[in-house]
Ligand binder design. Sequence first.
Ligand SMILES: [Zn+2]
Length: 341
Amino acid sequence: MGVPNASRRSVLLGLVLTGTVGGLIRPAEASAAAPPVKSPPIIGCGAWRARPPSTPVPVWDRRPVRIIVHHTATANVTDLSRGAAEFVARKIQEFHMDRRRWIDTGQNFTISRGGYVLEGRHRSLEVLRTGSRHVEGAHCTGQNVEAVGIENEGTYSSNAPPDQLWDRLRDMCAYICHQYGIPPTEIGGHRDFKDTLCPGDRFYGMLPQLRTEVADLLGEPLSDRAARRASWPLLRTDSSGPEVQAAQHLLRAAGLTVQPHGRFDERTTAAVRDYQRIHRTEEINGLIGGETWPLLVTARGTDRQEVALAVRALTPAGAVRASAIPGEEEWKRMLNAGRRS
Ligand SMILES: [Zn+2]
């Protein structure tokens, strides 16, 4: 399952992050001028009749630094009642405990299609109220110590989330940001960190709007540019364009056999799977997302000429010198340069 390893990684990453990001975070108590941010109603584990966790949940004596948005990839049900929301919470817990063998529900909070917010993992609510501690979840390997995970009921690859869900997600994110001093720009999607379709193309495309609305609630409006922060594009079978060509050059740089024609064909999918196998990513699924991109752009022992061709594919004007190897943020910026608004 890879979870114990991931936890160790998270610990290391978390320590680094608290050291560097800590100073930039606005303390919750320093927001005297900001409008009051209220908690939406949240249904606790006891109220939805959760099973007790199989072992005590880990609670960290420090603040999380981001929020990760998920979709449950379940049916877009039309029953928007509280009963349906509690049923979903129980089903998820059952799946996580009995099938995945986790100690409890993986995410910290769940939002139903009817807009009910429920506590996911035990103690997440009590700890959120303190504004200083965090319950480690199991929703995004490598991020569980740093990030609050919110599962939104439904599948949002082509459908948008219903208004009730959206409004409660916005209110919930604003409350979490307020409690922990998390900047709204640190609201991300599961695919920002892993090779996954979650939270769906449509929902993921709405995250800039979510950041904007949350920032407005906090009384700290964001510029469009900040709301649309650079991200790793999720590439998959049938994707095409300069991003795919760049990825193909980077796969070649790592020694894989693939033609750099800019079409994500079957051969490319197979090469990505080989690459993921070599690098032991969590999923071997042929998707290039938030786990495989950072590996591709920072891999050791790469063929510099192929790396330069990858850069050239993204910057046809040749703005970057062939000898310069860009950093992660520069790659993200280049990969987002051609994105339509
Ligand atoms: Zn997810």
